[in-house]
Design a protein. Structure first.
Length: 186
């Protein structure tokens, strides 16, 4: 069977964001597998209008179409999820609303309050409505792990429990990506 094409989506565009740390880490973990082809996609490269906004420019509409087209290249997705005010970033929610994830699996690497768990729970419900399958295992980066990575004291890969969760999550994501790819082809 061919390798599952997985996109790691950087889910924050804020100045000084942490999202690049978990995106690079989970992409590196995925790249070490023989069953995955992985690519990082940064929302900074897709400045889109807000869904349904009347003042949308032609350039923003073209970017949204380029975003959808890019997403269609993949069999599954891992999102980095920053938790602000018990929810995901507005830019990530908007990118999901403008995206195309039907009958494809999604996974999450969260950080922020309680490892991003509340924001991830929001997204799991949203993705049900998008017609996607959310994998069971989430990766939750605690504040102490976040802080040590930002300060350069440790890397996310230095934490065995994060590596274990990432491996389990990717096992599930690849299984669902292959199963749903087969189902879509039928």
């Amino acid at each position: 069977m061919s390798k599952a094409k997985i996109a790691v989506i950087v889910g924050s565009t804020r100045i000084g964001r942490f999202a690049e740390f978990p995106a690079k880490w989970i992409a590196d973990v995925a790249a070490q597998r023989g069953d995955v082809e992985v690519q990082i996609i940064d929302l900074l490269d897709y400045p889109m209008n807000f869904f349904g906004e009347e003042r949308t420019s032609d350039a923003q509409n073209e970017t949204a179409e380029r975003w959808k087209k890019k997403l269609r290249e993949f069999d599954g997705y891992v999102f980095t999820v920053a938790e602000y005010n018990h929810g995901p970033t507005a830019v990530l929610k908007n990118a999901i609303d403008l995206g195309d994830f039907i009958q494809k699996p999604v996974a999450f690497v969260g950080y922020g309050g309680v490892g991003g768990a509340r924001a991830i729970e929001h997204l799991r419900l949203i993705f049900v409505e998008m017609g996607s399958a959310s994998v069971k295992t989430g990766v939750h980066i605690a504040y102490s792990e976040y802080l040590s990575a930002v300060k350069g004291e440790k890397k996310l890969g230095d934490y065995p429990h994060l590596n274990e969760a990432a491996t389990s999550q990717l096992d599930q994501l690849v299984w669902w990506a292959n199963a749903l790819k087969t189902a879509r082809a039928a």
